[in-house]
Design a protein around this ligand. Structure first.
Ligand code: GLA
Length: 413
């Protein structure tokens, strides 16, 4: 008995020393809030369309439009205010929203967004100032996290401007700890543009991490801003090479927000952009004005079947299987033995796809999934026409227009 008590005392002593040993009886937990973003987050963000022109009226109207357009029912939930919502810090260091643009305050706005069955996201920066020159969170992380939690914020995009001298991993861990301490489940969206390979350290810290610099509203081009570049849809896609193994439920590669409906992409390019973001299990964060959408934009953003591929509960990021002339073939293993397949025509001319299912050996080394059409026939549903187009018994022989995509769900018959 005495011996057992001694052992217990030793165990308790070791526990005490390891937890409180550094004189810190408020040990921090540097990990993200668990159980969030188990499928890629879906929502809207103000930056791509509105940049710094944000105010509470816009955000309310966008929340309304997310409901009336059918986007909420299609699965979108986050309404994220990007840069420039900030006012100043008060004498105690607490941040406040810009009183002109957000006169009712963030709590009232969060309440409104929540009343619509949606969630509110905010933006801050790990440095002294945001990219738009507003107050950053450096030195105020715990205080800011407390404010966000008290306002009812559900998502934080945390940027990386003006961070000279900081190390990304430590800076993001500090904010993760601050959010944890604040106690509210808040998704942490890491936005350091892939500079410090976040996929290698961020799975326990944040729920998603940007893999690249900013998207540029163009299908296949690069915008040179002098000291930095922004990237077209295809350029961003190419930069995802080698990253799929880091993604999974609760921790996603983020190839940046969508440009669908922002007036530069053709309908085919919109389809290709949306399909590919679905294939690579990317967050689907719309970046357009939801109050004024064409029927075409709505039909792309709310394509139920494509969203289902993106939101598949296995959370396996798809992979490029082959490249033939201008056509890339991508596969994504899905729950229950289904697959999604895309034929992406990146060329300036239409291209013929001639795919003999039987002659191909599609194996996913990462998940172990294997597509064996000799043992199993799959029916093919064209996810952009909604029609069943045959099965893997017959070779697929068809045309894909320039800058467009064919996307199928393959289901076991
Ligand atoms: C950076 C981010 C963008 C956006 C702007 C805001 O460029 O990568 O997504 O948040 O800052 O200033």
């Amino acid at each position: 008995m005495q011996k057992q008590r001694n052992i217990l005392s030793v165990i308790l002593f070791i526990f005490y020393v390891s937890v409180y040993g550094q004189g810190n009886n408020h040990a921090q937990d540097y990990t993200k809030f668990p159980g969030l973003a188990l499928t890629p987050p879906m929502g809207w963000n103000s930056w791509n369309k509105f940049a710094c022109n944000v105010d509470e009226r816009l955000i309310r109207e966008i929340a309304d439009a997310m409901v009336t357009s059918g986007m909420r029912d299609a699965g979108y939930s986050y309404i994220n205010i990007d840069d420039c919502w900030h006012g100043e810090r008060d004498s105690l260091g607490f941040i406040h929203p810009d009183p002109q643009r957000f006169p009712s305050g963030m709590k009232a706005l969060a309440d409104y967004v929540h009343s619509k069955g949606l969630k509110l996201g905010l933006y801050s920066d790990a440095g002294s100032m945001t990219c738009g020159g507003r107050p950053g969170s450096r030195g105020y992380e715990f205080q800011d996290a407390l404010s966000y939690a008290s306002w009812g914020v559900d998502y934080l995009k945390y940027d990386w401007c003006n961070t000279e001298g900081l190390k990304a991993e430590g800076a993001y861990k500090t904010m993760a700890a601050a959010l944890k301490k604040a106690g509210r489940p808040i998704v942490l969206s890491i936005c350091e543009w892939g500079t410090d390979t976040p996929w290698q350290w961020a799975a326990s810290v944040g729920h998603l991490w940007r893999t690249t610099g900013d998207i540029f509203n163009c299908f296949d081009c690069i915008e040179d801003h002098g000291s930095w570049k922004s990237w077209g849809v295809m350029q961003i896609l190419d930069k995802q090479e080698g990253l799929r193994k880091y993604a999974g439920p609760g921790h996603w590669n983020d190839p940046d927000m969508l440009e669908i409906g922002n007036g530069k992409l053709t309908p085919g390019e919109d389809r290709a952009h949306f399909s590919m973001w679905a294939m690579i299990a990317a967050p689907l964060i719309a970046g357009n004005d939801l109050r004024n959408m064409t029927g075409e934009t709505i039909s792309v953003l709310t394509n139920h079947d494509v969203i289902r591929v993106n939101q598949d509960s296995l959370g396996i990021q798809g992979f490029k299987y082959s490249v033939k002339d201008s056509v890339e073939t991508w596969f994504k293993p899905l729950k229950g033995g289904d697959w999604a397949v895309c034929f992406l025509n990146r060329g300036k001319q239409e291209a013929r796809v001639n795919f003999d299912w039987d002659g191909e050996r599609v194996t996913d080394d990462l998940s172990g999934a294997q597509l064996d059409v000799s043992r199993q026939e799959y029916k093919l549903k064209n996810l952009w026409t909604g029609k069943i187009s045959g099965s893997t018994r017959r070779r697929l022989n068809t045309i894909v227009p320039s800058h467009d995509i064919l996307m199928f769900r393959m289901s076991a018959k």
